[in-house]
Design a protein around this ligand. Structure first.
Ligand code: HEM
Length: 396
């Protein structure tokens, strides 16, 4: 028995050593192949400034991680498409030309409809975890995107939001009158805050289906502003969550605190809307549509906050620019005023006021409220203008 074991072990040993050697060769071949492929792949990436060891191109974001100046410097040095290598992240590719952006993000829409995954550290950041802009491309993203863009924000639904617009307009006019005071014509009024609050009011009604009372509106507005300003600082968690957790523990606990406060405010609104028995066929809110999808509370908090985060400041900023240009160009203001007056006296439809539409589109063209698209992630490797955008790359 013993000798047989010995013979077997002698037989097994050369068998395993040659197998191991053979495996080593195969793996070596694969690694060489990979290295070769990797260097080919790097040589075809869009150009990048020379990366430093360990830090890569991280210093390009200094002094204050403001993307605008970084992109301007990058464009003048390398042209309309460039790569930045950031430690622990896949290559970050920046497209800085409208035509090229269209050829990449629109023509290859299916390949670039993925998003970068949401920040990870648990419940504190879950406000972003279930939103449309962090959902990977797939059936869930399509369903949510369809719900928002087609079922809710469809232009044919605009008249059904008129009570929201009237409500917001009423308090906007009142606020502006109050802040201009009795001294009248020559008073300087800081209109931004009033525009923002009116937009917020209109969007909360479209979102939750009911007019929120003044105190709830103000608390939600304050929480939303706090969370938005914190969100910028939370990007540190995208790189090394566990290190960021130690370095920026305060940010994490603040995010957790704010998200609990937001829950306390929104959960009762969800329950109240669930109880509404008689649906108003002429008006459907975002929450009504989300409830029909059978989503849980966390998902609905994410989506409702995304609705407000994405809609309020973009609309306010655009409105502000329209007003700047109307104040500077009195003849345009006059023409617009006459057109709106005529259309509304006929019980008019906002969409049939072509000059108003032109004014808004021109403001959007000259002052795009969002200068950069949200980061996309390449779902497959795509070649554009001779450059390779590899699967997994972050595309901005
Ligand atoms: C002047 C107004 C607005 C501007 C300039 C604007 C601009 C943008 C931009 C540039 C993106 C990123 C697109 C991309 O990365 O592909 C975006 C995404 C988004 N916007 Fe807006 N937006 C505006 C108003 C609104 C409003 C009113 C809402 C909702 C109430 C909204 C909801 C969203 C959502 C949910 C996304 C993410 C979509 C996705 O990931 O598929 N936006 N917006």
């Amino acid at each position: 028995m013993h000798s047989m074991q010995l013979t077997m072990s002698w037989l097994i040993y050369p068998f395993f050593s040659s197998l191991a050697f053979f495996l080593f060769l195969i793996l070596f071949q694969i690694r060489i192949g990979r290295k070769k492929k990797k260097s080919e792949y790097y040589s075809k990436l869009p150009p990048s400034p020379p990366p430093l060891p360990i830090l890569g191109n991280l210093l390009w974001f200094l002094p204050d991680f403001d993307l605008g100046p970084t992109l301007r410097r990058l464009r003048s040095l390398l042209g309309p498409i460039a790569t930045l290598h950031i430690p622990l992240l896949p290559p970050c590719i920046f497209i800085m030309d409208i035509d090229l952006a269209h050829r990449t993000l629109v023509r290859h829409a299916a390949a670039f409809s993925h998003r970068t995954p949401p920040l990870s550290p648990g419940r504190a950041f879950r406000i972003h975890a279930h939103s449309i802009n962090t959902a990977p491309y797939g059936p869930r993203w399509r369903r949510l995107r369809h719900t928002l863009a087609v079922d809710l924000l469809n232009p044919s639904r605009l008249p059904s939001f008129s009570h929201a617009h009237r409500w917001a307009l009423g308090s906007l006019v009142q606020k502006l009158q109050e802040s201009s005071g009795s001294s009248g014509v020559n008073t300087v009024v800081d209109a931004r805050e009033s525009f923002r609050f009116a937009t917020f009011q209109a969007l909360t009604l479209i979102c939750f289906g009911d007019k929120l009372d003044d105190s709830t509106l103000r608390r939600l507005n304050a929480l939303q502003l706090d969370y938005l300003s914190l969100t910028v600082k939370l990007s540190a968690y995208g790189l090394l969550p566990s290190v960021a957790m130690v370095l920026y523990f305060n940010r994490w606990s603040r995010a957790l605190h704010l998200s609990r406060k937001i829950d306390e405010l929104l959960f009762p609104l969800f329950r109240a809307r669930e109880q509404v028995e008689e649906e108003d066929p002429s008006f459907v809110s975002y929450l009504d549509l989300l409830l029909k999808l059978g989503l849980d509370d966390d998902e609905m908090v994410s989506l409702c906050m995304e609705f407000l985060n994405a809609g309020v400041d973009t609309t306010t900023t655009t409105l502000e620019w329209v007003m700047v240009h109307l104040a500077k160009n009195q003849e345009i203001q006059e023409r617009l005023y006459e057109e709106i007056k005529t259309a509304t006296s006929r019980g008019g439809n906002v969409q049939k006021i072509p000059y108003l539409k032109a004014v808004v589109l021109e403001a959007l063209r000259r002052h795009p409220a969002a200068h950069v698209a949200l980061p996309h992630m390449a779902g497959e490797t795509v070649e554009v203008d001779g450059y390779v955008i590899p699967k997994g790359a972050i595309v901005n």
